[in-house]
Design a protein around this ligand. Structure first.
Ligand SMILES: [Fe+2]
Length: 129
C-alpha cells in the first residue's frame, strides 16, 4: 500500500490534514489485515473501512466548499470525480467478509489509496495552481 508522502501536499492546510487522516485510516486497516496474530479481525477491518468511507464523504464536502469559496472554475467536473468514487465505494459489499477474503479486502484498500493519490495529483493540486 502507498504510504503518505509530503509530495501529496497541495498547500491548503485543512485539505492536507484531511488527506493525511485518510491515509492514517487506510494504513490502520492495512496493518490490521497483515497482522497474523490477531484473530477475529474482520469485524474491526470492516469497521475501519466504513470509517474510511464516512471520512471520505466529510472530506469531499470540505474540499467542495473550499472550491466554491475560492470560485474555482473546474468545480463541477471535480465534484463529479468525487461522486464517481463514492458510487464505486458504495457498491462494495463487506457483509460476507471472512477469513477467505484477505485479498478482496487488500484490493479494496489498494483501490481506495491509489484513487486518492491519483486524484490528489490530477485534480486536487489543480485547485491551487
Ligand atoms: Fe478532490
Amino acid at each position: 500500500m502507498l504510504k503518505w508522502n509530503d509530495n501529496y501536499l497541495i498547500g491548503v492546510e485543512i485539505i492536507d490534514n484531511q488527506h493525511k487522516e485518510l491515509f492514517r485510516i487506510a494504513t490502520s486497516a492495512d496493518d490490521l489485515l497483515k497482522n497474523e496474530f490477531y484473530t477475529d479481525k474482520y469485524d474491526k477491518i470492516v469497521e475501519i473501512i466504513n470509517e474510511l468511507k464516512d471520512y471520505t464523504v466529510i472530506h469531499f464536502k470540505t474540499e467542495e466548499k473550499y472550491m466554491l469559496d475560492i470560485g474555482y472554475k473546474r468545480f463541477l467536473s471535480h465534484k463529479a470525480k468525487h461522486t464517481d468514487f463514492i458510487q464505486s465505494v458504495n457498491k462494495i459489499n463487506l457483509e460476507n467478509v471472512d477469513e477467505q477474503q484477505d485479498e478482496y479486502i487488500a484490493s479494496i484498500i489498494e483501490f481506495a489509496v491509489n484513487w486518492i493519490v491519483e486524484h490528489i495529483y490530477e485534480n486536487d493540486k489543480l485547485i491551487v495552481s
